[in-house]
Design a protein around this ligand. Structure first.
Ligand code: CP3
Length: 365
């Protein structure tokens, strides 16, 4: 690492970015906008790269990952670039093999289900993930200069949250009911805690690499937390997640904490101390913000499938989200979940344009 900062001194927040300012609930000239899964299979430029490389090859080759990240952000004209990577990458240095099977998503061939298997997971290999930091460094360098409007693009690093990552490890892939994951939580609390602690150790180091490389903000994906009752979330998930969020905040960057179907969990998720909560589209943004509390920023929350609607309807929905956010600082426009394959690119671009136009604060400098 080439950082000259003492490791215990958080770097100052980079306030030359409206995206970072909004994460910190500071005044902005307009609402910043980016899109979950903005680099993905809906985009012809991504598919052109994807024809020659597997998903993991793209993730593990910093030049290609950086190119894919930059191309998507520039094509859409958004205010932040999320590094192209995947939630499951940390499994490899922990000693767990996985692959992406076309049309099926991630597959872990030997799921982790026993205390012995959890004990065998390694926590000393995060250094093997440096390729992600290298990609971030390239993206940060590319976007170092301010754009025409004087604003610098925000660089988003990310990692999974303990529950969502553990669910992939334990179920062996995507899941509907999380039976094995919940069985482990309920039947062997110590083993569950050991697994979450190991994940926090690896993820904290992984996040630190990303921050040293130039990530302005870290997003923690707890995509499937909505499968939990409030009671189980509090009992089995909140402690390790809070530890992860606090460790990342101690690196000196704001943290966005995101999950889907979380309306009932928002006030508890807030207890992690995250700076921003991601909202999905099932909760009206104003109601979600009320539940999350006024002392936190929110990101969201257009239904990604609205991007398939005629533009009049799409425009009305974009306006509804912005109206629900009102003028209070601390809103980042996004979708409630990721862009899906088949989404018309021109509609994604149009949404970005409408957010810029509709949210411009009159009289702002
Ligand atoms: O611009 C971006 O946001 C792309 C970067 C990105 C990817 N994965 C690349 C990817 C990000 C932020 C992720 C995070 C991720 N990965 C999440 C959390 C986000 C969310 O959607 O809740 C999750 C749950 C995963 C695990 C994962 N990876 C799944 C479930 C799948 C299959 C889903 C599908 O759409 O097929 C993946 C594959 C994946 N990761 C793709 C991309 C672009 C699509 C497959 C491909 O290109 O071959």
């Amino acid at each position: 690492g080439g950082s000259t900062l003492a490791s215990d001194t958080p770097p100052p927040h980079r306030s030359d970015s409206r995206f970072v300012r909004a994460c910190l609930r500071q005044q902005v000239d307009r609402t910043p906008v980016w899109f979950l899964r903005q680099a993905g299979r809906y985009m012809p430029e991504y598919m052109a790269v994807r024809r020659h490389h597997s998903l993991l090859e793209i993730c593990r080759t910093p030049e290609i990952a950086a190119e894919v990240t930059i191309t998507a952000a520039e094509r859409l004209g958004v205010d932040a670039a999320i590094i192209f990577a995947d939630l499951l990458l940390p499994f490899t240095p922990m000693g767990l093999d996985f692959e992406f099977v076309n049309g099926e998503g991630p597959v872990v061939h030997q799921p982790v289900r026993t205390r012995e298997q959890i004990a065998a997971l390694r926590t000393d290999g995060a250094g093997e993930l440096e390729y992600v930091a290298q990609a971030i460094a390239t993206v940060a360098k590319h976007f170092a200069a301010p754009r025409a409007d004087g604003d610098r693009l925000g660089i988003i690093g990310f990692c999974g949250a303990p529950f969502t990552l553990a669910s992939y490890m334990i179920e062996g892939g995507s899941s509907r009911n999380y039976i094995e994951t919940k069985k482990l939580m309920y039947t062997d609390r110590d083993a569950w805690t050991m697994l979450c602690d190991k994940l926090v150790t690896v993820l904290t180091e992984y996040a630190a690499q990303q921050v040293r490389a130039g990530a302005d903000v870290l997003q923690v994906f707890d995509s499937w937390a909505g499968a939990l009752s409030v009671e189980d979330y509090r009992e089995y998930v909140l402690p390790a997640t809070t530890q992860l969020v606090q460790s990342i905040k101690a690196l000196g960057v704001p943290v966005i904490y995101f999950g889907v179907d979380t309306a009932s969990l928002l006030s508890t998720m807030r207890e992690t101390g995250a700076d921003v909560l991601g909202l999905d589209w099932r909760v009206p943004l104003d109601e979600g913000w009320r539940l999350a509390g006024k002392s936190i920023a929110v990101q969201g929350n257009l239904d990604p499938i609205t991007l398939f609607a005629p533009q009049e309807i799409l425009h009305a929905r974009v306006k509804s989200v912005l109206d629900a956010a009102g003028n209070r600082p601390g809103h980042i426009f996004n979708l409630g979940h990721g862009i899906v394959p088949g989404t018309p690119v021109e509609n994604v671009i149009a949404v970005g344009q409408w957010v810029r136009e509709l949210s411009a604060r009159s009289g702002a400098a």
